[in-house]
Structures are given as structure tokens and as C-alpha cells.
Design a protein around this ligand. Sequence first.
Ligand code: BDR
Ligand code: CA
Length: 317
Amino acid sequence: MEKIIIDCDPGIDDSLAIMLALSSPEVEVIGITIVAGNSPSELGFMNAKRVLKFLGRLDIPVYVGADRPRVRNYVNALDTHGEDGLGESFLPEVPDQAIPKESAVEFMKKSLRGGDVSVIALGPLTNLAELIDSDIDSFLSIKRLVSMGGNFRSHGNCSPVAEYNYWEDPDSAKVVFDAMYEAGREIEMVGLDVTRKIVLTPENLDDMKRENPVVGDFVERITKFYFKFHWEWEHIRGCVINDPLAVAQFIKPTILSGIEAFTEVDTLGISMGQTVVDSMGFYRKHSNALVYTTVDEKAFWDLFLPRILGIKGERNE
Ligand code: BDR
Ligand code: CA
């Protein structure tokens, strides 16, 4: 069983990713760390607790990290994820859940030193950049670093060229990619090239509700708003669920394939947040990223659906 920390900003698709991880016997989630992204970090904390309550897994510790990007002003994504950050599902607050004194970065520092823990980052990379500032050795002890973010040949979702997680905090993304370069390591970049192909459709939802009404209703409740958003913006029937693909690839590394390339994140101007992937080797620099470019969609759904549908789930009012 591989130990993982999920660093996230729940977030509708972050929640689906947490559900997948916690229904997968290959991984042990030793903690969830929250970063400001889709939702402000305190709301992200409560949303993680809401999902854990549904899963009957409030035993999993949740730590709060950065409440704003490294340099830029914070811009939340509640226009995409709803005013509660969970698709306006307005699930009840989970009582008696105080934010721990230990911060996300302190928890990571302590947990990563042994070299046997991986990180799946599903939000802006602010917490990881702070970890690099305070304890580079712990950062470099991360076993596998899988990040949902960036894009190579696919267009952006926040600007013509940038994906949200890296656009939100391009400076931290740059610090992380640069640190991987210096160390001769590779970050696994699960970007929009592959996540865009993962669309949860109304038909999927109907099937889910038929197979497991408790889980189907929960997923419908948190994705309804996302469906509306995707229809209005992209004329897609359904919604792109980015984050679970990073978890799926961690569990089953044959779902995605890609290229190894030196990759840099731009921090300023009209291409802020863009991942510049040197696929042709112009810079003659060694690779710091495994950039995923193709996805076996069927393999994803074959993993995701049965696991999600196997969840017992606690009914929420
Ligand atoms: C990413 O941004 C967020 O809206 C999602 O949760 C995902 O992590 C996609 O660009
Ligand atoms: Ca996310």
C-alpha cells in the first residue's frame, strides 16, 4: 500500500478525487492538506470534512496551508465551484471540526522525511513551494509527485494558454518545477491535454444513481452546478473532472502516457501560468517533468466507476 498526502482545494473534482483515493486499496491517505484555490482555505477545510463525513472517514487528518498565492492576489474559483465550493450542494457543516494547530507544511515536513510518502497535488502548488522554502530535503524526499495542472498542446481554462492551478499561483508552480529540475527529478504533470477527455455525463450520473443511489445522489448534488457551468461556457453536456485522473494515474500508471521534457512555468504577462514544455529540446536541458499527453479513457472509467459505486456513504440532509 502506497502512502499518500492529497494536497487540494476542494472543490468539486477534488472531492471526487478524495472519494476515489479512499475507495482504493492500493493507497493509504495519511493526510489531506488544504491550499487556497477553488475555495478559500478555511472553506476548503470544511469541504474536505464534508466529504470525509460522507465517506465515514473523519479519522483522516486535514491540515490547512497557504491562504493566498506566493506573489499574486488571491482569486477564488467559486464562480466555477459554487458559492460553497461544493457545487452549491450546501451540505451541512460537520460539527466540532477545529483547524489543527499544525500547518499543512509542518505536517508535510514531518511525514515526508522517510522517503516513502508520495504527494498528489490537486490545487495550486503554494504549499509545496512553501515546503521548498522551509525544508528542501523533505520536499526532495517525496516519493512520487503527481500534480494536476498545466497544459501542453491543449488550450488553457483560465486564459488562452494557462490552466487554473498554475495560473492561480504561477510563482509557486515555477518554484516547484525549478526545484525538480535542480534535483534531477520529474514531476508528473496531469494537465488539461488529458483531463479534458474525462467528462462525467448526465448518462454516467443516471447509471450511478441506479447502481448506488446514495453515492449517485451525492455526486449529483455536488456536480449539478458544474454541469451548468460547463454548458454555459463550453457547451459540454456534463462536466470535466480533472482531479480524479491524477489519483487514477497514481494507482494505475498505465492510464496515461506522455513525454519527458524540460518544462518551465511563466509567471508574468499574458502567458502567466503557462507551462512551456520544451518537447523539441531547444534549451538542451534535462527533463524535470513527465508531461502526460494521452489517456486511456476506458481504463479510467473502469477504475473510477466501480470504486466510487462501491462506497457505502452516509446520507446527508
Ligand atoms: C483544476 O482547477 C480546479 O478548478 C480543479 O479543481 C482542478 O484542480 C483544473 O484546472
Ligand atoms: Ca483542484
